[in-house]
Design a protein around this ligand. Structure first.
Ligand code: AMP
Length: 302
């Protein structure tokens, strides 16, 4: 079952205690699409500028991602710069230049409109909604990610978009900011009143937690001795999560739990190297092996 994603395709400048890159291919939709492509076909809706080269395109095409929905415009591609603290737990945004995204009006190619699985990756909430509206009928599962930038600047738009999705996948500080609740279970109740019925909270090195009508399910983050760059971990988590569900074609409790594990597996690979480096060499058997490792990691008897 193919999976539709809209979000940023970007050039990133990244700084962590492990190194620095001035310009590398990134963006929420890029990390998501590459991670999801290990599980299901992916259709990408985004915009890039004339600085986006053949070589950049090959990174996506090489993973079999459909680029008919990738618009090219005159101007610069979205640019984001961030710096991580010594322990990689905090990051400051140094620049967010929307560039060609500022005038973007997404138009779905005809063949994308029957999408059953939709992921609205991090981008302006009105663009997320416009993509969802172009999908014929109701998708089987629509999920959304966002960040403080949009919670602060486009709160009303975001709330309107949230009314139309079943799954919200965000990090813990964004969960608290969006709900004005510190406790994550209370925050979940608050968020369920906004529209979604499944909340997935990404908690960095503490793993991820899912809250829905069945209760709470948690997965740890895969223990790594030397993570290099957390950029894209959340989007890769979402790619593993949604990619697995699209592949499974269903989302009952057991499938959602497995999706949480595949999300955590993809997130863990993303942080091993800078930018997309590790995801670009990743192979499906490595994903399967790490998923089995996860089962061992969390197994116990009472
Ligand atoms: P994450 O580390 O999961 O938060 O994702 C980082 C990616 O999100 C980077 O590759 C950025 O290009 C992209 N990004 C950062 N800020 C924004 C924003 N305001 N809107 C859309 N994408 C963004």
């Amino acid at each position: 079952m193919s999976l539709l994603v809209v979000g940023s395709v970007a050039f990133d400048a990244l700084e962590s205690p492990y190194g620095k890159v001035d310009r590398t291919l990134g963006g929420a939709a890029t990390y998501f699409a590459i991670s999801a492509s290990f599980f299901s076909p992916v259709n990408l809706v985004a915009i890039v500028g004339d600085d986006f080269t053949e070589k950049d395109e090959r990174v996506l095409r090489g993973r079999g991602i459909d680029l008919e929905g990738l618009e090219r415009a005159a101007g610069k591609t979205f640019f984001w710069a961030g710096r991580y603290s010594e322990n990689l737990n905090e990051r400051v945004t140094l620049a967010t230049d929307l560039n060609v995204f500022a005038g973007f009006k997404p138009r779905l190619p005809e063949k994308y409109r029957s999408a059953k699985y939709v992921f609205l990756a991090n981008i302006a909430p009105d663009l997320q909604r416009s993509v969802l509206h172009q999908v014929k009928g109701k998708p089987r599962l629509a999920a959304l990610d966002t960040m403080n930038y949009w919670i602060e600047r486009s709160n009303a738009e975001l709330r309107e978009t949230l009314r139309h999705v079943q799954v919200l996948i965000i990090n813990d500080s964004e969960t608290r900011q969006l709900s004005s609740e510190h406790n994550l279970l209370r925050a979940a109740k608050h968020i369920f009143r906004m529209g979604p019925s499944i909340l997935v909270v990404k908690r960095g090195e503490h793993g991820a937690m899912m809250v829905d009508k069945h209760g709470v399910f948690s997965v740890p983050a895969f223990p790594l001795e030397e993570p290099h760059d957390p950029t894209g971990a959340g989007d890769s988590f979402a790619g593993g999560f949604m990619g697995y569900l699209a592949q499974a074609g269903r989302h009952e409790d057991a499938a959602l739990r497995r999706a949480m594990v595949y999300g955590s597996v993809l997130g863990s690979f993303a942080v091993e190297r800078f930018g997309l480096e590790r995801l670009r060499t990743l192979k499906r058997p490595e994903i399967n092996a790490r998923a089995r490792h996860f089962a061992k990691l969390t197994q116990f008897t009472l």
